[in-house]
Design a protein around this ligand. Sequence first.
Ligand code: FAD
Length: 341
Amino acid sequence: MSEIIKTDVVIIGAGPVGLFAVFELGLYDLKCHLIDILDRPGGQCAELYPEKPIYDIPAWPIISGHDLTEKLMEQIKPFAPQFHFNRMVTKLERQADGSFHVETDEAEVFEAKLVVVAAGGGSFQPKRPPVPGIEAYEGKSVFYSVRRMEEFRDQDILIVGGGDSALDWALNLQPIARSLTVVHRRAEFRAAPDSVKKMFELVESGSVRFELGQVSGLKGEDGQLTHATIKGTEGETDIPVTRLLPFFGLTMKLGPIADWGLNLHENLIPVSVETFETSEPGIFAIGDINTYPGKLKLILSGFHEAALMTQAAKHIVSPGERIVFQYTTSSTSLQKKLGVN
Ligand code: FAD
């Protein structure tokens, strides 16, 4: 087990609401570590609709899911949050001294004074592509995310998909791969145009191979892939493959949240509308994962919840301390924290 990471707050989920919570908690000197299953911040905004315009973020008449995430990242920068991507929080337990023990599926251990569950619709889980027998290779030579790039060094990598994850990893892994092939069933890509351009430059230079088609079969032994069959416009061909990364999108499942001893109502976490605390003192739930009378699953509701939650959180961490309500426009102490004064 790795060294214990001690922090004020562990935020489970780096969606828009988890990100904004860093800002509110930061104003009250609470340091945060954020853990997310995805390989980037932004939650649903980044994963489900990065390019779609959102019209109901206050003061942004129009902003895309991607740009909103970028702006939130910029806004929380002064508080230096620590991110842990590609990890699922699997365990959450209260310890004898009242602090919380948080564990991920990568065996990292956190010890936090408070926990904020900002887990949205739950865990994003990868969709398995319809390739016969793929289960036998999962976790050995078929992976749905890249947790350690070293596992891909000097391998014959096949990446399947046309979205941001597929192309970002194609560009990142190409320099360390023995060979890298991208397979996509259409000539059009959903990924950022700049990534598509860069990938085709690598195809031109012969560093990446691109195939229009689908993976129809896998060959190998004991979970170790040796070849994949690609069904393209001109029939089927076998190519050498030792690592397969299918990016077929994600579905949302509640995941391990159900095992943390929190009261749940229809897979949502009921909270107090004053504090956004759950049935467990010291564990808060904000954003799409919570429920209360009149709840609206909107980003702006999550932002409001983050502000109120912070007041209650500060009371727990600094009991007896008078909490002074201040405006960022006029408080020099808040401006100092923001690095603007
Ligand atoms: P999410 O964005 O869902 O983020 C939660 C994060 O938690 C995820 O990244 C997930 O991977 C992570 N997570 C969950 N469980 C774990 C775990 N055990 N361990 C580690 N990580 C975990 N809202 C608006 O206000 N305006 C709109 O116009 C709008 N349009 C939308 C359009 C679409 C197509 C969709 C799908 C949603 C839209 N929404 C809109 C809703 C909005 O996206 C959500 O309200 C918002 O994303 C909720 O933010 P969140 O941070 O609570 O959760």
